[in-house]
Design a protein around this ligand. Structure first.
Ligand code: TAP
Length: 483
């Protein structure tokens, strides 16, 4: 079945620049989370398909793609970025239907994907080795080389953004990629591969094998001819991949979850903070690794912040993705169940406010009303575990030391922000907060592709985005010549 106008054949894998039926002949059905209808069937790729994709990637490295200069690779990526932009309406609509994301959020993801291609296109020929002064008679220099075949296992929440940051950086450095998208959301991954092929990306440089994590994903992460794994997803699967890929001594980048705090001090510009406090929690229905699910507020401004957040929550509207409201459905009924189980664990807490699910939201949709809890103890399960839904907790604190202890008091360390007008406090907090990214008087800095991104603790390790990703997707070789 062809999805036009993007020309994707979703019950097939995309291998060596062509649509290929999965060798098992099996498919999976893909559901529209806005109404529960079946969108289409997708390939249930398995180990044989992963083998074929890895072979195609190796052939690309031995052929045209492997021989391309850094400047040629860069031009190719820039061209793909422009082609992505030309398809913005179709890609956004496809993502909205597949993931359940409100249309304007899906459009932002397309823009980000195009921007990643532009950024990594421009950066491809700017990463290089160096010469090193050494003993008399030696010339010593380093080369930055691709790993070879890179494996990319991605989740359903931001397919296009994660493809941009990981596949974009890997291709820039001259790797050939095998991508295993999530079974709940693989359509834009397939569309991207087709757009890249049409733009001229050589066959085999990017291969996409949809399927189940336990089948296609496991086969990719344990494949002996894959030389680097980039994984974004849950902590449990991340730990597993660290072990299985580690058994082949393959480097792994893990971008896992978070329980990211925003800390609001009494010297903050509260008005400026308010939109960030809520938006960072409910964007993509809270299904964001960097979602801010904990809001820490100093006592003297506590009531003001809680009241303002309650006001905002009461105006939030949830409904079908194509209606383009504040919040869409969750990606699946499975995810809805996970979030509802968490809400049940908050039964001892008082709900401060909830958004509304609009009256004509289809019964079959995976909707959860955004829910705000106030006066939550830092050790409560809702303040400790990643929920991955539109749920935020507000926690009061007395002073800076207590704020730091609470903010750092989970197993995660992805993002944190500090709201304060005191410059010295800003600097102290930037150092004290345990997180891969700290934002001062903002949250997320607009998601710029230039900013290295990754975590510490259970949030993972390694950095993607920005120039830093290019180092991760390449290997340094030292050459010492005696003459
Ligand atoms: P995961 O199971 O971690 O899925 C992420 C990716 O890994 C998917 O492509 C998945 O495939 C694949 N995968 C699953 N098992 C695998 C295995 N044994 N070997 C290799 N790959 C495997 O996440 P999920 O089930 O979609 O979501 C569950 C929870 O994970 C969420 O509630 C949330 O807490 C967290 N999560 C975090 C993130 C980020 S960005 N940190 C993103 C999504 C979810 P299939 O899904 O196709 O089976």
């Amino acid at each position: 079945m062809l999805i036009r106008p993007l020309n994707i054949d979703p019950d097939n894998c995309f291998i060596a620049g062509a649509w290929r039926a999965p060798l098992s002949g099996k498919t999976l059905s893909l559901t529209n989370p806005s109404d529960g209808s079946t969108l289409c069937h997708i390939a249930r790729g398995g180990a044989d398909d992963i083998d074929a994709a890895v072979l195609a990637a190796e052939a690309a490295l031995a052929g045209e793609w492997g021989k391309a200069t850094a400047a040629e690779r860069g031009r190719m990526l820039s061209k793909i970025g422009r082609a992505v932009l030309k398809n913005i309406d179709e890609l956004a609509r496809l993502e909205a239907m597949d993931v359940g994301k409100p249309l304007k959020q899906a459009r932002a993801d397309v823009l980000a994907l195009a921007r990643y291609m532009e950024f990594y296109g421009g950066a491809a020929d700017k990463v290089h080795g160096e010469t090193i002064p050494y003993l008399d008679g030696y010339t010593v220099y380093t080369l930055r080389e691709p790993h070879g075949v890179t494996g990319h296992i991605i989740p359903w929440n931001y397919p296009m953004q994660i493809i941009g940051r990981s596949v974009g950086a890997a291709l820039a450095m001259g790797n050939a990629c095998v991508l295993k998208p999530a079974e709940e959301a693989c359509l834009t991954a397939l569309a991207f591969a087709e757009i890249a092929r049409t733009a001229g990306l050589p066959d085999g440089a990017l291969n996409v094998v949809p399927g189940l994590g336990a089948e296609a994903g496991a086969a990719l992460s344990t494949h002996k001819a894959v030389h680097h794994i980039s994984f974004t997803g849950s902590v449990g699967v991340g730990k597993l991949i660290q072990q299985t890929a580690g058994a082949n001594v393959v480097p792994v980048t893990l971008e896992l979850g978070g329980k990211s705090p925003q800390v609001v001090f009494d010297d903050a510009n509260v008005e400026a903070a308010l939109p960030f406090l809520v938006n960072a929690g409910i964007q993509n229905a809270g299904q964001t690794c960097s979602a801010s699910s904990r809001i820490l507020v100093q006592h003297s401004v506590y009531d003001q912040v809680v009241d303002a957040m309650i006001d905002r929550y009461q105006s939030l509207q949830t409904g079908p993705a194509l209606s383009d409201l504040d919040v869409g459905p969750l990606v699946s009924h499975r995810q809805k169940e996970i979030v509802e189980n968490f809400l049940a664990k908050g039964g001892d807490l008082t709900i401060a406010a909830q958004g509304q699910i609009i009256g004509d939201a289809p019964d079959g949709g995976a909707y959860v009303a955004p829910t705000l809890f106030a006066d939550v103890s830092p050790n409560h399960i809702l303040a400790q575990d990643e929920i991955f839904g539109p749920v935020q907790v507000i926690i009061p604190f007395d002073d800076e030391a207590e704020a730091i202890a609470i903010a750092n008091g989970t197993d995660f360390g992805l993002v944190a922000s500090c709201w304060s007008e005191n410059g010295a406090r800003q600097m102290r907090m930037a150092r004290a907060l345990r997180a891969g990214q700290v934002f001062i008087n903002n949250y997320g800095a607009g998601g710029g592709v230039e900013l290295p991104f990754g975590g510490t603790g259970l949030s993972g390790h390694g950095r993607e985005k920005g120039f830093e990703a290019l180092y991760g997707f390449s290997v340094l070789k030292t050459v010492a010549a005696l003459h």
